[in-house]
Design a protein around this ligand. Sequence first.
Ligand code: FMN
Length: 183
Amino acid sequence: MQALVVYESIYGNTRTVAEAVARGLAERLVVTLVEVGGAPTTVADDVGLLVVGGPTHAHGMSTPDTRSSAAKKAHGAPVSQRIGLREWLAGLGAPPPTAGFAAFDTRIKGPQRLWGSAARAADAELRRRGWPAAAPPESFLVHGPFGPVHDIVVAGEAERARRWGLDVAASAVAHAGPGGPAH
Ligand SMILES: Cc1cc2nc3c(=O)[nH]c(=O)nc-3n(C[C@H](O)[C@H](O)[C@H](O)COP(=O)(O)O)c2cc1C
């Protein structure tokens, strides 16, 4: 089974997490990892699993305004410069017949009710567009608040992301076949 991982990142943490997720997925699947600005808006028919990830901004997926505010604090060029996950999802076509998806984000360490989750927002948007979920949304934590110096992946989170990728791959493989992925 092929997996496509699409990530957005400003300071680089979500890219680090996406790379770890891709390593976990690659233990069971053939994986392509792409930054959202270069991701295809039509997912190929041989892709059985789409995994999307982005940074939590203002409790959900980033917007042009939050990205511009984040970019002003960045030390170098932001990783994602063209679009964010929100804009990519808005242009995304229908799912291939047997594809499922899973969403992750990075967010500030602390209660989700306080900090929100881009993954939950992406999960809701993909479901609304008719994509079946292969796994519930997941968050990986950064220290905060809101800046390249502070927003660094918490120790152990990259390894947890690798294990999450492996679990998602195993679940997608288990549910694949004539019935497709779990809904
Ligand atoms: C403008 C802005 C708004 C943010 N809003 C939130 C938020 O509402 N909740 C949260 O958990 N983190 C928030 N953060 C922290 C980001 O989640 C954090 O910068 C991100 O996970 C780092 O990922 P990146 O290095 O891939 O850009 C915000 C960061 C910025 C720059």
